[in-house]
Ligand binder design. Structure first.
Ligand code: IMP
Ligand code: MG
Length: 184
């Protein structure tokens, strides 16, 4: 399957490459202003946020550090299983650090409310959430992001790091997946 074949599985483009770059630059500027004089630690939640993280980090002006963790909650379906597993933990301690968790999408909130509980217990100086996408209509846990790129409707989206069954992450835009792809 190549990129043009992938395009046939996309119902429509929700957020173009240009819109993504513009908004990520705005988020970077906002974070730079809020963390002026500090050295935030950007924590990317793999795998969905890897492209957003790479673009966002390059828009952050103060010194910053990066670390990565991986959690799984989805299996290969389109609805969160509710069960969160840590697949890869952070490399370094976050004690006393100004942590910004960088996530691809805030959906039910299951993954992040679990993650936030876990990270808070490690005593960071501060803990904030930056989510590229927010699907508030599906929220079942009381969690909000401090920085949000775009609010999206209740549709399954892929691209710019987000996957369906580990595919479509390399699309340069965010698109709505045709339901026939996951209904078959
Ligand atoms: P939550 O635990 O339901 O909030 O799910 C969060 C995770 O589910 C995200 O980090 C994504 O990996 C995945 N996810 C939720 N909605 C979508 C979507 O529309 N497309 C792709 N992945 C999604
Ligand atoms: Mg994810």
């Amino acid at each position: 399957m190549n990129v043009s074949e992938m395009r046939e599985d996309i119902d429509h483009i929700l957020i173009s490459e240009e819109e993504l770059q513009k908004r990520v630059a705005e988020l970077g500027a906002q974070i730079s202003a809020d963390y002026a004089g500090k050295c935030p630690l950007l924590v990317s939640v793999l795998r969905g946020s890897f492209i957003f993280m790479a673009d966002l980090a390059r828009q952050v002006q103060p010194f910053c550090q990066v670390d990565f963790m991986a959690v799984s909650s989805y299996g290969s379906g389109t609805v969160s299983s509710g069960q969160v597993n840590i697949v890869k933990d952070l490399t370094d301690s976050i004690e006393g650090k100004d942590v910004i968790v960088v996530e691809d999408i805030l959906d039910s909130g299951n993954t992040l409310s679990y993650l936030f509980q876990l990270l808070k217990a490690r005593n960071p100086a501060s803990l904030k959430l930056c989510a590229l996408l927010d699907k508030p209509s599906r929220r079942t846990k009381p969690i909000t992001a401090d920085y949000v790129g775009f609010e999206v409707p209740d549709k399954f989206v892929v691209g710019y790091g987000l996957d369906y069954d580990e595919l479509y992450r390399n699309l340069p835009y965010i698109g709505v997946l045709k339901p026939r792809v996951y209904e078959k």
